[in-house]
Structures are given as C-alpha cells and as structure tokens.
Design a protein around this ligand. Structure first.
Ligand code: ADP
Ligand code: MG
Length: 351
C-alpha cells in the first residue's frame, strides 16, 4: 500500500468560522426577517414594519417602536453571543423572549451590511451605527429618529457567491416574507404589522392592533377564510398542574383549499411541528374528506420546562416532552369539534 501522510489539522481563522456559522443562522432572506421581527417583538413594540427590496437580497429593513438600544451597548451589539435576554444556561428553561443566543445580528453582519438606528425614551436624538463582521465600523452618529429601532440589512450574502446565485435563480423570498408576517400578525394581535416591497405604495400585509383574533385573521387572510373558521379550545391538567392549553381557529367543511395552512405557536414561538400537522390532516381526511386541506391556527401553551427551544439555531423546530400524548389530545379535540359542527349542520339541513 502507498504510504500517505495524514493531512495536517489547522485551526480555522475566526472570520471563516463566523461566516460559516452565520450562514446556518441566516439561511435565506426570510430567516433574517424572522430574527429581526422577533427582536422587535422582544423589545415590546406595538408597531412593526418591514420593507424588502429584491426579495431581501438588496435590502431588508425592519422598523419598530420598541424600547430601543442604549448608546453604550452599540459597540458590542453585533458581536457574537452578546444578548440582553439570557444570563445563565438554566434560564433557558424559563425563557420567554424569542431570542437568547445573541447570534442573529452578529450573523447578519458576517453575511451582509447592517445599519442600526435607535432612540430610547427621553432622548432628544437617536444614534446610527454600521457594522461589518461583528464590528461597529465607526462611533455612532447622532441623528434624528422616531421612537424605537430600525435595522437595515443590505446586500445579504454578498460574500457567499454560491448562496447568492442559488437564491437569485430560485423564486425570490418575498412571498415567504409575506407569509411569515401574516403568521405573526394573527398571533400577536396587539401589535400592528406591515410588510411592503421597497417603493410600493401598497402594503401586502397590513394589520392593525385589535382584541379580536378573528378580526385579525379576516384582515390578513381575507373574509373567505375567516367566515369558515370555528373556535377550538382544549386543555389538560391530568399531569401535575396544567399539561397544556390549546386555543385556536380551525376551518369547517365549507373551507376548500389546495393545501393546508398551519399556523402554529408554541409558547408564543412560531414553530413547525410536522407530526402535529400530519395528525390534523389525518383527522380532516377522515371526518371532512372534501375539506381535507384545512386552515389551522393554533396557540399552544406548555410548561416552559417541557419545551426544548435549543434544538436548532433557527429555533424553528422545538421538541416537546410528551409529544405523542399532546398530539393525541389535540387530534381528539379537533375531531370532536369537526363532528359537532357536522352534526349541527346536518341537523339544520334536516329542519
Ligand atoms: P438575541 O435576540 O438572541 O438576544 P440578537 O443578535 O438578535 O440576539 O440581538 C442582540 C441584542 O440586541 C438583543 O439581546 C437586544 O438587546 C438588542 N436588540 C436587537 N434588536 C433590537 C430591537 N429591535 N430593539 C431593541 N433591542 C434590540
Ligand atoms: Mg434575536
């Protein structure tokens, strides 16, 4: 056999490590929008607006009216692992904020150009700073500002040629961004959201703060969706206190669509749960075969220690304790809701 020397192991340069990691957190423009909007929500904003140019590759701009960022925090704002939300690992168990890794803004500066404008209550003017590769480029400049924070990400993936090419060749992320904002808007109904293309007069998502979930759904997804929804509620306190609480709206037999819309929040986090989605589809196909592609909005509350939010940097997937039991409970709640409505309908038709 030919003698082959083992390859030498070298330590990667920090900038390479950071860019690789950043590419995982910010996979596409819509991931940047999600992180920015979640930061705005964490900052107690009541109004969040998003402007997008070229599917987010040219510009993503998220403006909020939240608590703003302190002047003295600006220099480390976009460093990796700087956060105002988490101190100790144990706090993760009870964390309420969307963020906690202190990685999102940093990541954006490794794959794009970031400009932050912010003002805090009681100040006469705001500050603007720009960032690259985790570093603030110059002293923050005083500037006029309205309440809150505006974060601008330009030229996303300018330094990741392959990523930029694939994104440019595929359909752009704008529809995904509109979809994302629509989801946020029907959950956070006390916050008003808007989303528009740069230069467009009309917003594609426009919601005003309301106390009625159904009104929010109507204004975002339209009358034809809202009029075919039924409220669903379920809870379970069998295991030590409250195991889970479910609230939502699900479509009835008149709602016909080509594909399922499943808007799921677990402990106020927008997440995916393919097992639950499949379980619900099964119930619909069995109970309402003609309306088997439902619209589902569900908000599930679980004890925070039953949800592991730290599965993935994008935090999109969560893993649940007792997942099978929870899914079964939801399945039977949906099934009985559908049967009830079907029976009352048949009953009405017979009258
Ligand atoms: P994380 O959200 O995990 O803390 P980020 O990188 O997303 O990490 O944000 C870093 C920090 O910047 C946050 O902890 C927060 O203090 C601050 N921040 C980011 N966006 C905003 C915003 N829109 N308003 C106020 N503070 C913000
Ligand atoms: Mg964040």
């Amino acid at each position: 056999p030919i003698f082959k020397e083992p390859p030498k192991i070298k330590r990667l340069e920090e900038s390479v490590v950071n860019r690789i990691a950043a590419g995982e957190v910010i996979q596409r423009p819509v991931s940047a929008v999600k992180e920015l909007v979640e930061n705005s929500l964490d900052a107690d904003s009541t109004s969040i607006s998003v402007v997008v140019k070229d599917g987010g590759l040219k510009l993503i701009q998220v403006s909020d009216d939240g608590h703003g960022i302190r002047y003295e925090d600006l220099p480390i704002l976009c460093e990796r692992h700087t956060t105002s939300k988490l101190c100790h690992f144990e706090d993760l168990q009870s964390i309420q904020s969307m963020g906690f890794r202190g990685e999102a803004l940093a990541s954006m500066t490794y794959v794009g150009h970031v400009t932050v404008t912010t003002i805090i209550n009681g100040q006469l003017h705001g500050y603007r700073a720009t960032y690259r590769d985790g570093v603030m480029e110059h002293e923050p400049k005083a500037c006029a500002a309205v309440k809150g924070t505006q974060i601008m990400v330009e030229n996303l993936f300018y330094n990741m040629i392959a990523r930029r090419k694939t994104l440019q060749n595929s359909a752009d992320d704008y529809p995904k961004i509109v979809d994302l904002l629509s989801r946020f808007a029907i959950h956070h109904i006390n916050v008003s959201f808007s989303c528009r293309k740069h230069g467009a007069a009309r917003a594609d998502v426009h919601s005003v703060a309301t106390s009625s979930r159904l009104d929010a759904i109507r204004s975002v997804y339209g009358v034809s969706v809202a009029r075919n929804l039924m409220k669903i509620e379920a809870s379970d306190n069998e295991l030590s206190g409250s195991l889970f609480k479910l609230e939502g709206f699900i479509s009835n037999s008149n709602y016909i669509a080509k594909k399922i819309t499943m808007v799921l929040f677990i402990n106020n986090r927008l997440v995916d749960c393919s097992a639950l989605k499949r379980a619900i589809e099964i119930v619909y196909s069995a109970t309402l075969p003609k309306a088997s592609k439902p619209f589902i909005y569900m908000s599930i509350l679980l004890p925070t220690e039953h949800v592991d939010v730290n599965v993935h940097p994008t935090k999109r997937e969560v893993s649940l304790l007792n997942q099978e039991i929870i899914i079964e409970k939801i399945q039977s709640a949906v099934e009985s809701r559908l049967r009830n409505s079907n029976e009352s309908r048949t009953f009405q038709e017979q009258k």
